[in-house]
Design a protein around this ligand. Structure first.
Ligand code: ATP
Ligand code: MG
Length: 345
């Protein structure tokens, strides 16, 4: 079975701006894949190319084995844009009905009800978009992306406007979708969310993949901290397996050891390191007087903290295409229809 999303040697130049400089990645069936990176890294550009909204300068993108932008690729994917705005006058129910018509879904009222329940809007099917909070609109956007039971979901910062309860709802929703074999590419700045829910992660910066792996691989071991009578010492390059040796050496040297803690870095630490924003860690000296670690990894548990959080600002009206909430708010965005071309040769 082909990958739900396959990206090979993908490049995109907007005039002189190199947004993507050769990206390779694949999202398997039922895989939840997180795409991380600073503002301007190229995340949305990649997603828009996968949707067929932006043309690549080089390389290939396939959705379930079909070229991005083709009718078969469109039929397999659902998309929630980072900046979207649905018509204020439309009710939740009407909006989903409109999208059912656009993509030819035969799901009828049963599909609409199920989707509104999935995103916890089941009690307000008649509420107009204009009377919804930002978070409700974002959840409606997710329901819209799910119309027609797509096999690949492209979600560009789907939880940026959600409160913690709303984020949990979405997390649980994504987990349920994974059980059904739906694949998800999730762009996010919320590292803790990504760490909790994603099977694999790629960090991109300046249009290139700078780190990739499972969240556990990326948030690798981050040293050992030992409390002695002389104070707390950190051995930044040590792992949990080194703890007994360190304690033996300290005791042999006449130290009293009060506590030992294996540290692990969070995904946030790994992210900051990968995009070159991390403080430099001290060297391990392996014995007495070890330099204290500058990077301050967290304790043994996972869960990134203090992730940058980008608020969603709904842009312009959404248009057709299968679940495609068009980002008319971005002037100059070149689309597949050949509008406003500003591509490099
Ligand atoms: N339509 C466009 N025309 C010209 N340049 C563009 C266009 N869209 C994006 N860019 C540029 O391409 C680069 C990548 O932008 P992109 O929106 O893909 O980043 P991003 O990773 O999604 O950022 P953010 O986290 O802020 O959403 C940026 O330098 C951006 O200014
Ligand atoms: Mg973006």
């Amino acid at each position: 079975m082909p990958a739900a999303l396959s990206v090979t040697g993908l490049r995109k130049a907007y005039g002189s701006v190199q947004a993507l400089r050769g990206i390779d990645l694949a999202v398997g069936a039922g895989e939840l894949f997180g795409l991380l990176g600073p503002n301007g890294a190229g995340k949305s550009t990649l997603v828009k190319i996968a949707c067929g909204l932006v043309r690549p300068s080089a390389g290939a993108v396939e959705v379930c084995g079909s070229p991005a932008g083709s009718a078969h690729a469109h039929a397999q994917l659902g998309y929630l844009a980072e900046l979207f705005r649905f018509p204020d006058w439309c009710t939740a129910e009407e909006l989903l009905g409109l999208h059912q018509e656009l993509i030819g879904s035969q799901g009828g009222v049963a599909e609409r009800r199920e989707l509104l329940q999935l995103v916890e809007l089941g009690d307000v099917p008649g509420r107009r978009v204009g009377a919804m909070s930002k978070g409700m609109q974002q959840r409606l956007g997710l329901a819209q992306a799910l119309v027609g039971a797509p096999r690949l979901l492209l979600l560009d910062e789907p939880t940026s406007a959600l409160d913690p309860a709303g984020r949990r709802t979405v997390r649980q929703l994504l987990e349920r979708l994974r059980e059904r074999g739906v694949s998800v590419l999730l762009n996010s700045h919320l590292l803790s969310e990504v760490e909790l829910v994603c099977d694999r992660v790629a960090i991109i910066d300046g249009g290139e993949v700078v780190a990739a792996g499972t969240p556990a691989e990326l948030s690798r071991a981050g040293g050992v901290e030992v409390e002695t009578a002389a104070g707390v010492r950190t051995f930044p390059a040590a792992t949990r397996a080194d703890a007994p040796r360190i304690v033996r050496e300290l005791v042999a040297a006449g130290e009293d050891v009060y506590s030992v803690r294996a540290l692990s870095s969070t995904l946030e630490d790994a992210y900051l390191e990968a995009v070159g924003r991390a403080p430099v860690a001290g060297d391990e000296t392996g014995g007495r007087g070890a330099a204290d670690e500058a990077a301050k990894p967290g304790a043994d548990e996972m869960g990134g903290r203090g992730a940058a959080h980008e608020a969603a600002e709904p842009g312009a009206d959404e248009t057709g295409g299968r679940g495609a909430a068009d980002e008319a708010a971005e002037p100059g965005a070149d689309d597949a229809a050949g509008r406003a071309e500003d591509e490099a040769a």
